[in-house]
Ligand binder design. Structure first.
Ligand code: COI
Length: 356
C-alpha cells in the first residue's frame, strides 16, 4: 500500500536539550493514520499533520472502550543514529490485543514501514540528551457512530510520537508502591493481558488511593483470591529473593511485557537464577522478615527498570534493602539502556537500526 504524505504547513519548535521533557505531554508535527472498513479492509494509509481526530459523539470507542495501544521508543545514539528496540514484538502484541478485543489485525510489516516513514519525517524530534527518547504510541480505536453493543465495523489505526524523559518523577530512584486489597485490575478470562484502555481505566481508583497516601503506584494482586502478585499496571514486577530473580508467571491477566521478556533473557544470559512462577504477597513479606528479600523492581517501556524502595500491604510497610536501587536493578537498567542507546553490544539482536 502506498503511504500518502500530507506535510504540516507550520512546524512546531522542537524541544532543545535543556527542555525538561517529563512524559507524554509534547507531540511531534505528524502522525500516521489508516482506516478500516469491512468493504475495504485497512486502507488509506497516510501521514498527516498531528491534530485532533474528528468523531461523532456516538463513536463506539467512547462508549465501550474498544481501544488497544502499544508503547515503544526510538533512541538517538551518541553518533546521531536512530534505532528502535524490539519493535516487531510490539506490533505482534498489538495484534494479540486486537484479537482479544475483536479488532481487525494489521499487517505488522506494513505498520513497521509506516512507523519508519513517520519517524523519518519527524526525526528532528528524537531527543539526544541523556535518558531521553521518542515514545511511540500506536493505537487502534473503534469508529462506528453507534450506541448499540457489538464490535465496531470501522476502525482508525494511528501512531503518535512524543519526546520523553523519565516516566516517574523519581527517575531511577526507588518508587513506593501500595498493594490494593479490595480493588483488582484484571480477572481470570478477562482482558488483563491485552493492552487495552479499560485495564488502565480500571487502575485509576486505586492509584488515586495510593497517591493520596504518598505511594507512586499500585501493586495489583490476582482478581480471584487476592493473594498472588500480578503487576504494577505501568510495569511488570520482579523480586530478588535469596539470590533468585522471580516474576509472576503469565496467566492471562498479566501484560506480557517486552521489557519483562528482555529482563528474563538477560538474566538467563548472565547465568542468574530466574523463575516465572506464582508469587504470593505473603511470601514477599515473609522473605523480607527472614532477610531474604534483596531487591524489588519493575520493568516497562516507559519505566525501563524502576527500583522499588517500599511496599505497603495492609498495615505493614517494608523497606527493600536499604531503600536504594539494588545491584541487579542497576545492572539491568545499565545494560538495557546501553543496548537501547547503542553504547553496548546487542547480543540478542534486539536493536533495529534505522537509515533515516
Ligand atoms: C508503556 O510502558 O509503554 C506503557 O504503555 C505504560 C503506560 C502507563 C505509559
Amino acid at each position: 500500500m502506498y503511504i500518502t504524505i500530507n506535510k504540516a504547513e507550520c512546524l512546531k519548535t522542537t524541544p532543545n536539550d535543556d527542555t525538561p521533557l517529563g512524559f507524554g505531554t509534547i507531540f511531534t508535527d505528524h502522525m500516521f493514520n489508516m482506516d478500516y472498513s469491512i468493504e475495504k479492509g485497512w486502507h488509506n494509509p497516510r501521514i498527516d499533520p498531528y491534530g485532533p481526530i474528528s468523531m461523532d459523539p456516538s463513536t463506539m470507542v467512547l462508549h465501550y472502550g474498544q481501544s488497544i495501544f502499544e508503547g515503544l521508543k526510538a533512541y538517538r545514539t551518541d553518533n546521531g543514529k536512530i534505532q528502535l528496540f524490539r519493535p516487531k514484538n510490539n506490533l505482534k502484541r498489538l495484534n494479540g490485543s486486537a484479537k482479544r478485543l475483536c479488532i481487525p489485525e494489521i499487517d505488522e510489516d506494513f505498520a513497521l514501514e509506516a512507523l519508519v516513514k513517520l519517524l523519518s519525517l519527524d526525526k528532528d524530534w528524537i531527543p539526544g540528551a541523556h535518558g531521553t527518547s521518542l515514545y511511540i504510541r500506536p493505537t487502534i480505536i473503534a469508529m462506528d457512530p453507534y450506541v448499540g453493543l457489538r464490535s465496531s465495523h470501522t476502525y482508525r489505526f494511528f501512531i503518535i510520537l512524543s519526546p520523553v524523559g523519565a516516566y516517574y518523577p523519581e527517575g531511577f530512584n526507588p518508587v513506593k508502591i501500595w498493594v490494593s486489597k479490595d480493588k483488582v485490575r484484571a480477572v481470570r478470562g478477562g482482558v488483563g493481558e491485552a493492552k487495552t484502555a479499560g485495564n488502565y481505566a480500571a487502575s485509576l481508583y486505586a492509584t488515586d488511593q495510593a497517591q493520596k497516601q504518598g505511594y507512586t503506584q499500585v501493586l495489583w494482586l490476582d482478581g480471584i483470591e487476592q493473594k498472588y502478585v500480578e503487576e504494577v499496571g505501568s510495569m511488570n514486577i520482579f523480586f530478588v529473593i535469596d539470590d533468585e530473580i522471580i516474576t509472576p508467571m503469565l496467566n492471562g491477566s498479566i501484560l506480557s511485557g517486552i521489557t519483562r521478556d528482555s529482563v528474563i533473557s538477560l538474566a538467563k544470559h548472565w547465568g542468574m537464577k530466574i523463575s516465572e512462577k506464582r508469587v504470593g504477597i505473603d511470601e514477599v513479606f515473609d522473605a523480607h522478615n527472614s532477610g531474604k528479600l534483596q531487591e524489588v523492581f519493575g520493568s516497562g517501556t516507559a519505566a525501563v527498570i524502576s527500583p522499588v524502595g517500599m511496599i505497603k500491604y495492609n498495615d505493614r510497610e517494608i523497606t527493600i534493602g536499604d531503600g536504594n536501587a539494588g545491584q541487579i536493578s542497576q545492572k539491568l537498567f545499565n545494560t538495557l539502556t546501553d543496548i537501547q542507546y547503542g553504547k553496548a553490544e546487542d547480543p540478542m539482536n534486539w536493536i533495529l537500526p534505522l537509515n533515516i
